[in-house]
Design a protein around this ligand. Structure first.
Ligand code: IPM
Ligand code: MN
Length: 347
C-alpha cells in the first residue's frame, strides 16, 4: 500500500510514552515510501472519568475504517477493575474479530534471560497463537446470592467448533511456514474434558490438511515447566484465551522481560483492522517518568508493518531493534532515548 490509515490508541499509564516511540520508529522505517495517516483516539481512564464512556459506538465505527490499530496500554488503578479491560480492550478484540492473538517469544542476541545457558541450549524461538475471542473471556457468567455466605460466582468458558477450528488452522499455517514445522496444543483436557476434547479432535482433523506439521500435546501446568526447563522444544503453540494469557507472560519473562514482548491481535480474514500492542500493561507506578522500555511497542510496530505487507520496513525495524539490544548492556536510557537510537539506525 502507498497510503495507510492507522488508528492510534495511546491509552493509560506508560501507553502514550511507548506509543510515541513506536510511531517515531514507524515513520523512520517507512520513510517517504508509504504515507501513514494517523488518527488518535482518546480512550482509556481519562475518557472514562470525564464521560463514563469506554468505547463509544461512534469511535468503534470510525476505528473500523482504518487499516490497522496501534495500542499502548489499558488499565488504571482509579478505575474499577474490569471496566476498561472488558469495555475497551476486550471489546475491540471481540468486535474486530481478533481471533488470533499472536505472541512471539524469541531471545535476541545480547539479551539476558533469567534461564541458565544450559536450559537455553536448544534455543528460544517460538510463537504462541492464543485464541482471542472465546474462552472464559467471553463474559458468560454471573453471581447470585451476592454478599451472602452462599454466594455463587460462575465464569463459563465458551469454546465453539467454529472458533477453535479457525484458530487451529491459522496455527497450522504458521507452523507449516517455519523450519521446524511443529505445533503444540496446550490445554487441560484431563479436567476440562468437554472443551479439551473438542480442541484435541480439531487439532487432529486440521492436521490432515498439514501432514508436514508434527504435533504434540501438553497440559498447561506441564507446559509451564517445559517453558522454564526446555523452551527450545516449542515452535508454535496453540491454546485458548486464558491459558494463552498466562503462558505468554512466562514466555515474555524468559525471553528477556515483558519490556520486549510484542503482540498482534490479528483478524486473519481481514474483515476488520488488526491491532498491535505490547504484551505489558499500563505500569501506572512508572507512568510519565520516561522509564518504560518502548521496545515491546516498537517490535509490535514491526509486526504491524508485516501484517500490512510492508515486509522490507518490518525487517528493518526488527534488525534495528536487534542491533540496539546487542549494544544495550546495562546502560540506563529514557524511553525517548531508546526510541531515538532505534529510529536513528533506520534513517
Ligand atoms: C493481555 C492482558 C489482557 C488480557 C487484560 C488487560 C484484559 O493481560 O493482553 O495479556 O488478559 O488479555
Ligand atoms: Mn496478559
Amino acid at each position: 500500500p502507498s497510503s495507510v490509515r492507522l488508528a492510534v490508541i495511546p491509552g493509560d499509564g506508560i501507553g502514550p510514552e511507548v506509543v510515541t516511540e513506536g510511531l517515531k520508529v514507524l515513520r523512520a522505517a517507512v520513510g517517504s515510501e508509504v504515507s501513514f495517516e494517523t488518527t488518535e483516539y482518546d480512550l482509556g481512564a481519562r475518557r472514562w472519568h470525564a464521560s463514563g464512556e469506554t468505547l463509544p459506538d461512534a469511535a468503534l465505527a470510525e476505528i473500523r475504517q482504518h487499516d490497522a490499530i496501534l495500542l499502548g496500554a489499558i488499565g488504571d488503578p482509579a478505575v474499577p477493575s474490569g471496566v476498561l479491560e472488558r469495555g475497551l480492550l476486550l471489546r475491540l478484540r471481540f468486535e474486530l474479530d481478533h481471533y488470533v492473538n499472536l505472541r512471539p517469544a524469541r531471545l535476541y542476541p545480547g539479551v539476558t534471560s533469567p534461564l541458565s545457558p544450559a536450559v537455553l541450549e536448544n534455543g528460544l524461538d517460538f510463537v504462541v497463537v492464543r485464541e482471542g475471542t472465546e474462552g472464559p473471556y467471553v463474559g458468560n457468567g454471573g453471581a447470585v446470592r451476592t454478599g451472602t455466605p452462599h454466594e455463587i460466582a460462575t465464569e463459563v468458558s465458551i469454546n465453539t467448533a467454529f472458533g477453535i477450528e479457525r484458530v487451529v488452522r491459522d496455527a497450522f499455517r504458521r507452523a507449516a511456514a517455519r523450519p521446524r514445522k511443529h505445533l503444540t496444543l496446550v490445554h487441560k483436557h484431563n479436567v476440562l474434558v468437554h472443551a479439551g476434547h473438542l480442541w484435541r479432535r480439531t487439532l487432529e482433523q486440521v492436521n490432515a490438511e498439514f501432514p508436514e506439521v508434527t504435533t504434540d500435546y501438553l497440559h498447561v501446568d506441564a507446559a509451564t515447566i517445559f517453558m522454564v526447563q526446555n523452551p527450545g522444544r516449542f515452535d508454535v503453540i496453540v491454546t485458548d484465551n486464558l491459558f494463552g494469557d498466562i503462558i505468554t507472560d512466562i514466555a515474555g519473562a524468559i525471553a528477556g522481560g515483558i519490556g520486549l514482548a510484542a503482540s498482534g491481535n490479528v483478524n486473519p480474514d481481514r474483515t476488520a483492522p488488526s491491532m498491535f500492542e505490547p504484551v505489558h500493561g499500563s505500569a501506572p507506578d512508572i507512568a510519565g517518568q520516561q522509564k518504560a522500555d518502548p521496545t515491546a511497542t516498537i517490535l509490535s510496530v514491526g509486526m504491524l508493518l508485516e501484517h500490512l505487507g510492508l515486509d522490507k520496513a518490518a525487517q528493518k525495524v526488527e534488525q534495528a531493534v536487534s542491533a540496539d539490544l546487542i549494544e544495550r548492556a546495562d546502560r540506563v536510557r529514557t524511553t525517548a532515548e531508546i526510541g531515538d537510537s532505534i529510529a536513528a539506525r533506520l534513517a
